[in-house]
Design a protein around this ligand. Sequence first.
Ligand code: Z5A
Length: 212
Amino acid sequence: MQKNKFIVIEGLEGAGKTNACICIKNILNEYNFKDVILVRQPGSTPIAEEIRELIQKKFDKDNLIKETELLLMYAARIQLVKTIIKPALKNGKWVISDRHDLSSLAYQGGGLGIKKTIITKLQSFFLEDFIPDLTVYLDVSPKIGLKRALKRNPLDLIESRSLQFFKKVRKIYLQQIKLNKNIIKINANLNMQTVSENITKQISNWLNKQVI
Ligand code: Z5A
């Protein structure tokens, strides 16, 4: 028997996180873990979905201050972790989250330049020792990711930032992989089928290694 886990998917826009979430859910089901919930950040609770809408809005007159953006991300996250994720894990469910706190370090830290010490203070104050069992980072080049995102919808507030912004975001993700052995990197520049096959392979390997 294996203990239920908290798995996070990370990556730039257009990396294919939606596909990865479904792919991982299917693998878990094949391993007979049927009780799996999918959530997204910011979002997945009524309050956090409102915060998501607010963050994605392009304001005419009032600029979203970077500290406000960070705190809104954390507000949405705390709401989700406390009301959905932790209770689900306690009840034996597996949880897959489309983004988590690494996004704040990458986007608001790397992209917007908020000091890492401030973000890690927020993290340890509000999330304490609650960390994902596994993070799957889908590594896509900012150019390819933006091209995919553009094909889908008009760009929102964060998506419409410069290529330079996304290069800085990616740099933080790549740095974190070197520091954290619980992050798996997947090349997301490849076609969807190859990416899905690689995710399946890596997640299966990881599941086979988990012993309680
Ligand atoms: N944000 C933040 O700044 N700080 C935080 O702490 C958190 C979030 C939690 C919303 O997140 C925004 O919030 C996000 C970061 C910020 N803004 N930005 N940028 P989100 O995850 O909901 O938004 P997103 O990253 O923009 O999502 P996305 O574009 O939907 O990304 P995705 O889920 O990785 O992409 P997708 O929907 O799976 O795929 C996009 C398109 O590409 C779609 O048409 C696919 O069919 C296509 N695709 C996907 N994979 C492939 C491959 N391999 N080949 C070809 N085409 C592909």
